[in-house]
Every structure is written in C-alpha cells, then in structure tokens.
Design a protein around this ligand. Sequence first.
Ligand code: ATP
Length: 369
Amino acid sequence: MVGASMDDLAAALQRIYPELEVVQRAAQEPVYVVGGAVRDLLLGRARADLDLVVVGDPAALAERLGGAAVEHARFRTAKLELDGHEVDVATARTETYPHPGALPVVEPAATIEEDLGRRDFTVNAMAVPLEGPRLIDPHGGREDLERALLRVLHERSFVDDPTRAIRAARYAARFRFALEPHTERLLRQTDLTTVSADRRRAELERLAAEGTAREGFELLAEWRVIDLRPDGLKLLEAVDELLRSPHWAELVPRERALVAAALGPPGAEEVLASVWKPRPGEGVEMAERRDPVELILARAMGADWLDRYLTSWCKVELEIDGDDLIAAGVAQGPAIGRGLQAARLQKLEGEISGRDDELAAALAAALQD
Ligand code: ATP
C-alpha cells in the first residue's frame, strides 16, 4: 500500500474504519486520522487503534456523536466508542518541554501540521483529513516507510522525551525497520534517567507486550540505552515460554515479568531458585509470600519444584474454616489465621487428613501463645 494512489488509500480507510463516516457527518471542524492508523494503512496492515485529531474541541465532537466521552482535561482528549471500537479524539496541540524528560507544556495548535510536528517519528507524523482523500506528510513519513526507516523530526527529540528511544525499539522490532543514521546517533545519547520511573516502566511494558519483545530489548541494549541483566535475553525467552502454559499465564502479568526478566536487578527470585527440593509445606510457605513475577523468574532459573507448587500444592485447601475455630472457642483475631495456616501446612506434608485432624491441628496452633 505504500505506493498506492490516494483514491485507493481513501477506499481502504473507509473499508477498515466504517465508523469514520459518522464522525465526518458530525464534525463541524476539520478532523484528521493520525499516527499509527495512517502508518498501518500505508503498510497495508489490519485495523489499528484509531486516533483522531480535531482542530477544535474534542468534547463537543464527542457530544455530537452521542458517545460517552471520557475526557482528559490536561491534554483535551476524549475517548468514545463507535461501532464497538474505542476511538481517541484529541485536540490539535503543540508541546514544549521545560526540561529534558519533563511532561510537556501543551498549547492548542491552529493547524494539523503544527500538531504533527510534536510527534516521535516521521512514519507516525502523517494525517489524512476526513473531508477528502489527501495525505498530509510534512516530514517525509511515506518515503521513510518505503525505506523502512525510523527518523526523528528534530535534534532534541530524545532529549525532550527519552521514552521515544523505547518506542523506537518497539517499532524497529515490530516492523523490522532500521534507524536512519543521524537518528541512531541521537538515540545512542539517550538518557532514560531524566524520565520518571513510572513513565519509563509504562513504555518498557508496552515493548514487552509485543510478540517481538525479545528483539526490542536486544536493540535497546545494543544502542546502549538500557543495561540488560546478565543472561537477561535468555531469561526473557524462558519466561515467555513458561507463559505459554495457562498455569503461569493466569498467575503472572506478562509485560511485568518480561521487563523484570530482561532488566530486573538480582533479587528474591535468585534465592528461590537456589532451593532445590522443598517439601510441599515448605514450598508453599516460601512461594505464597512472593510476588508471582519472582516465582516465574525463579522457575525460569531452574526451580522446577514451582511446577508442583502451581499445579497441585497451592490448590490444597482445608475442609474447615475460621467459623469452625470460632465455634470451638477461639477468639476472633490473628490466632484464627495462625491455626488454619498450621493445619494447612500439616495437611500438605501428609501429616493429617480429614476434618477432625484438621480441627485438632488448627486448634493446637491457634491456642499456642
Ligand atoms: P501502536 O499503537 O501501533 O504502537 P501508535 O502510533 O498508535 O502505534 P500510540 O502510542 O498510541 O502509538 O501513539 C499514537 C501517536 O501519538 C503516535 O503515532 C505518535 O504520533 C504520537 N506519540 C505517542 N507517543 C509519543 C511520544 N512519546 N512522543 C511523540 N509522539 C508520540
């Protein structure tokens, strides 16, 4: 599609996003499709998240569309649902950065071209107006798409917002794009520490969410933007493989686990991984106190017993509960939990079985000082 005529592109846009027709009818000001949807349209890819920009008030447009808009006052954006799809509408804006890595100061922009000038890469800085088939491409994004290149719009791009380096890795890995040489020189000077840890983590997790996460982290390390932990990529692959099993997938958030595998400092998971054959009660005591991400990392480092923990030990439950202990005379409070936990561990060890045993074991532990 990169070389397609404008009429073909307009037809593809209508076919992929039929809801645009309603927007166009409701709009009183110029509305543009921007960002990833335009890029992916030119690449001939399937539906992307739809981002619209209006030179005007997004809330008013959302209201005319009768959609329940969730607004973000600071950035003047609205989210609406059209035909079951979420659509983001933002006002055209410029952004300036008071210092490296700061949140931008936002001002309304008078034209779509100004808005495109605040964006990360040329391939993401194109727009198509709803009113007519035309590609607004002031920075040569289409040509860069043809050449499979990521290029920033200006010298200070990675200084203003270093998370763009992580975005570059995400796109380079996903689309197999290269960095344009000058962009690569600028990117290699990126200092991620000027951005808040939260924003850094959020962008790293978006990278981790991709099917090509491994390649993305590898690129970031090669560009010297991040330091991988020793064997970080191998660990990431091992964790990703474990996450194919529903037991792990249900327990562990993938993005967080992959970021921790690639970048995390050595921690509790290394200690857990050094334990070879715990008894069931011991294993449960160790594992239940841990963050699931630490567990999957420990498993990827070789703690095979965690499979048994996940598939059977953690499912062992008592037949009795707190009410049984209260009925037997134990006062409400921490003694109840202590008693139940002691009985559960003994059951896991095979030392007791059945209701009576459980109650006796729980009472003994609950009544202990
Ligand atoms: P995808 O969702 O496929 O990763 P996208 O382009 O939709 O790609 P978003 O993160 O949703 O990515 O951002 C939408 C658009 O907003 C981008 O295409 C880009 O133009 C702009 N953008 C997002 N984040 C930044 C940033 N940190 N700096 C500059 N522009 C950005």
